[in-house]
Design a protein around this ligand. Structure first.
Ligand code: ATP
Ligand code: MG
Length: 357
């Protein structure tokens, strides 16, 4: 019996509602496999915790998480707590401490759903975006000068390291190889940004030499965004810096049907530390407590977690179960055109998954 330790941070708003459905999928996975068990441990670190304690997690919070195999996160954020607190004091410290330098987001149109692009080929709209998660444009370096004068200015430094670029590009190339899909597109802007992006291109090309089977193209971010809309079928793996990846992943989620569906992984490929899986949506205060949040993004994140742990067959079964329910079309939450509750959709997926046993 292989046991995995899973830290669960359900979080705020719809986080606990969708997480409950995700955890019941995990129980079904245990039933299906027989030799697998998940020891889940819940951490009530959220905005209510912050309002009580003045911090998002205890001082030794990261220590408490460290020994787990994986972390599952629902959603963090509440109208009463500024975003920079909830993000900077919980999510970013976890990503950084645990070297989760890969932010992985599939852009895959599920069977049974329509893309807002009215795209027909479900087989074809299926690619993965690999976003660098630790450096690049989102740095703490820079400053502001001459406030209150006509010469007021701000400078923001981008930080790109050879080490950081190499490891994210290697991950993307390795992923393309392991998926048996050979195209890697790297987002750039070396025609407008003079230092960091030419460096990025150079390192991307250097790493590519280690992967002769992979077909690499470098594409300027402006054109790339347009191609996401005009020919999304032309991508297999897209690799991008922190800022470009941030923008592309939201665009990727939009073209495959929206926030209620989109999963993500914050991955430490070396498995030295726990990786974290989470739906990309936020706490959605507008629908919290109404039992109408779509649990698919969370359940799909659990499918990604299974892939990460090395159980690709189980990861696929979970995704198949989601698609079976969508193709049937009977049980859908309001965001995808139905009237079902969060639990009804979660139960329907669970039943399909059990049927695969
Ligand atoms: P945050 O600051 O926490 O990121 P946000 O308002 O920026 O919050 P979301 O919380 O993701 O972003 O919500 C954006 C919109 O998408 C809201 O109208 C919300 O109701 C909807 N939404 C988000 N997640 C889901 C879901 N799982 N099911 C249905 N609707 C959702
Ligand atoms: Mg948001």
């Amino acid at each position: 019996m292989k046991q995995y330790e899973v830290a669960v941070i359900a979080g705020d708003g719809i986080g606990p509602e969708v997480m409950a459905e995700g955890l019941s999928i995990l129980q079904t996975v245990e039933k299906l496999h027989g030799g697998l068990s998940f020891a889940t441990r819940s951490y009530e670190w959220n905005c209510s915790y912050y309002l009580q304690h003045g911090r998002m997690m205890p001082a030794d919070g990261l220590e408490q998480l460290r020994d787990h195999d994986v972390i599952l996160l629902g959603a963090i954020g509440a109208p009463s707590v500024p975003d920079h607190v909830s993000v900077w004091e919980l999510i970013l410290p976890i990503r950084r401490a645990f070297q989760q330098y890969v932010n992985l987001r599939p852009a895959k149109l599920l069977k049974g759903l329509d893309s807002p692009l009215r795209y027909k080929g479900h087989e074809e709209l299926d690619f993965v975006i690999v976003r660098e998660n630790t450096e690049g444009e989102y740095s703490n370096m820079g400053g502001r000068l001459h406030s209150g004068t006509p010469y007021e200015l701000a400078v923001q430094n981008n930080v790109f390291t050879r080490f950081g670029i190499e490891r994210i590009v290697r991950y993307a190339m390795g992923l393309a190889e392991s998926m048996g899909r050979k195209r890697v597109t790297a987002a750039t802007k070396s025609n407008g940004i003079n230092y960091s992006m030419p460096f990025w291109d150079e390192v991307v090309r250097d790493v590519h030499k280690e992967y002769p089977e992979v077909d690499l193209s470098l594409c300027h971010i402006d054109a790339l965004a347009a191609y996401f809309i005009s020919r999304p079928e032309s991508f297999d793996v897209v690799v991008a810096s922190n800022l470009f990846g941030d923008i592309l992943t939201d665009l990727g989620a939009a073209i495959v049907g929206g926030l209620g569906l989109a999963p993500s992984g914050n991955i430490n490929p070396e498995r030295e530390y726990p990786s974290m899986f989470e739906p990309i949506h936020g706490s959605a205060p507008d629908i919290a407590g109404k039992n109408i949040a779509n649990p698919i993004a969370t359940i799909w994140s659990i499918s990604m977690m299974m892939n990460h742990l090395g159980y690709r067959d189980l990861g696929k079964l979970i995704l198949d179960a989601i698609e079976d329910v969508l193709v049937e079309g009977k049980v859908r939450t309001p965001d995808i055109g139905g009237r079902a509750t969060t639990q009804e959709l979660g139960n329907a997926i669970n039943e399909k998954l059990l049927a695969h046993a």
